[in-house]
Design a binder for this molecule. Structure first.
Ligand code: KG4
Ligand code: ZN
Length: 339
């Protein structure tokens, strides 16, 4: 089955074509058009600008991705699209495009949960995709949560952020330090030569028996540091970036490993834009290994928003005969798992 998938929940317009067989999900083509240059002057995503850019980019992206895959619309067997959570104006552009294509091609159409897509990214382009049960950490710009994945489609929310998402903590920290948007990659680059113990920042770990995250205290502590010492430059900037990165990563790793042990999960899957962070990938792998928990890491380009992951989440559902009605609406807030 050839699936054409669309992702437009935030500030990336993405289209992918994935070949799904019973044994393997193979990416035939995947394009992501980043809107970073449009939002960078504002230090964050401006929803109205995001939707307008999606409108401009979607049709050429579909055309170019089909051409990359050497396919035409007639070769596509099903259409998948993110229908939530996300910015409603952004979601609507991808949703309407997928519906129109499916209607014209007379092929099934299915709506996908964005976070299920992030988790399913781990199954792409692999002969031996990791199977549930596992503990997934989804850390992105909008969400930070731990899910116990009992089976595909069966998610228990083990913990989630009480305030900022991990990616948001990177983005807001980068803004305070005068680094660009998006903040995660900027902090990671600046942190390379820094001393991660230079500034004592809080590791926000609420109650011991809770797997919830909290990153707002960290942001306040960094803000206070900048108020007192000014915006750092040179070596002091590297130190501040390294200290911020270490504080966020430590909290993510600690909660993930503790939750995996509590759930007796044999493995842990990392997902979402923050999963592209090298320090997080290394520390989680090292810490989990001490408890014989295997860590599965998607390739970095499949961690940040892309449409191949949406096809990956859609594939088993479509194979089981699932599809969505053409009046499916965009849903800005949409929980994934039950507590
Ligand atoms: O999953 P994603 O692409 O979009 C959302 O669904 O939010 O995640 C984007 C987030 C941003 O906050 C960005 O700063 C963060 O992921 N990010 C990173 C890295 N690359 C992207 N954070 C830390 N280190 C990175 N290398
Ligand atoms: Zn995302």
């Amino acid at each position: 089955m050839k699936i054409l998938a669309i992702e437009s929940s935030c500030d990336d317009s993405a289209v992918a074509i994935v070949d799904a067989t019973e044994r393997r999900l193979s990416i035939r083509a995947s394009r992501v058009h980043s809107q970073n240059v449009l939002h960078a002057p504002f230090g964050g995503v401006v929803p109205e600008i995001a939707s307008r850019s999606h409108v401009e980019m979607m049709t050429p992206l579909v055309r170019d991705t089909l051409s990359d895959a050497g396919a035409t619309l007639a070769n596509i067997d099903a259409f998948a699209v993110t229908y939530g959570p996300g910015l409603v104006g952004s979601l609507l552009v991808g949703l309407q495009t997928a519906k129109a294509l499916a209607y014209a091609a007379k092929k099934p159409f299915i709506g996908v949960h964005h976070l299920e897509g992030h988790i399913a990214a781990i199954t792409l382009d692999r002969d031996d995709p990791p199977a549930p049960p596992f503990l997934a950490l989804v850390a992105s710009g909008g969400h930070t949560a731990l899910y116990f994945v009992r089976a595909w489609g069966d998610y228990e929310t083990v913990g989630q952020t009480r305030d900022d998402a991990a990616g948001e903590a990177f983005d807001k920290g980068a803004k305070l330090l005068g680094l660009g948007y998006p903040g995660g990659p900027a902090i990671e680059r600046a942190a390379v030569s820094g001393n991660d113990a230079a500034i004592a920042l809080p590791r926000a770990l609420p109650a011991r028996d809770s797997f919830d995250f909290s990153f707002s205290g960290l942001k306040t502590a960094l803000w206070q540091h900048v108020q007192k010492h000014g915006v750092p430059t040179g070596a002091a900037l590297a130190d501040a970036a390294a200290s911020l990165e270490a504080a966020i990563v430590d909290a993510l790793v600690k909660k993930t490993v503790t939750a995996a042990r509590r759930k007796n999960a044999p493995r842990s899957v990392l997902a979402g834009g923050v999963a592209a962070n090298t320090r997080l990938r290394a520390l989680l792998t090292r810490t989990a290994a001490a408890y014989a928990i295997a860590v599965e890491l998607p390739p970095k380009p499949l961690c940040t928003d892309n449409a191949a992951m949406i096809a990956a989440a859609a594939a088993p559902r479509l194979a089981a005969g699932e599809s969505s009605p053409l009046d499916l609406n965009a849903v800005p807030t949409l929980p994934l798992g039950s507590r």
